[in-house]
Design a protein around this ligand. Structure first.
Ligand code: FE2
Length: 162
């Protein structure tokens, strides 16, 4: 990689890391805002996935010489967006959320293509965590709320042992 493209790569990894800071604040806020205990629990599991992913990304940012401090601006943005989602009817919420994840999955998959072999596992997990979050929304929409959180639970378990 040239110096410029390496700089750009590190910036994108940092941005993805702060995306987890945002996600943790957003998802835990959504969990607290849910009236339905089963839905609240699912958002707590999704929050846990954000925390596990954030920790992996923090290690990668530090390794690449980036800034591993959590951004208050991103955290606050997450807090500010809670009501936007939590107020929607459940089906609308799941549809919007699933759709919003598409460009993010694409962006993270592109990062995987650019990284050093040592960092593939972490960036694969980064992409995969959005894939299972989207799967959660899509399974909810398909009437499979009984198993919708399972892919997320499985990925958390996999990341904890990797
Ligand atoms: Fe995330």
């Amino acid at each position: 990689m040239t110096v410029n493209s390496e700089d750009d790569f590190i910036k994108k990894v940092e941005r993805a890391y702060q995306g987890e800071v945002y996600g943790e604040a957003l998802y835990s806020g959504i969990a607290s805002a849910m009236d339905d205990p089963a839905r609240a629990e699912k958002w707590r599991v999704l929050t846990e996935l954000e925390v596990v992913t954030k920790a992996r990304m923090r290690d990668l940012v530090a390794k690449l010489g980036g800034d591993p401090r959590e951004s208050d601006v991103f955290r606050q943005k997450g807090v500010d967006h809670v009501q936007k989602y939590a107020r929607m009817p459940w089906t609308d919420f799941m549809k919007v959320f699933s759709r919003e994840l598409d460009p993010i999955i694409e962006r993270y998959a592109a990062l995987e293509e650019r990284c050093a072999p040592d960092d593939v596992e972490t960036l694969r997990f980064l992409t995969e965590h959005e894939v299972v979050t989207k799967a959660f929304c899509d399974l909810e929409l398909a009437g499979r709320s009984d198993i919708s959180i399972e892919p997320t639970r499985e990925l958390i378990a996999k990341m904890r042992t990797a």
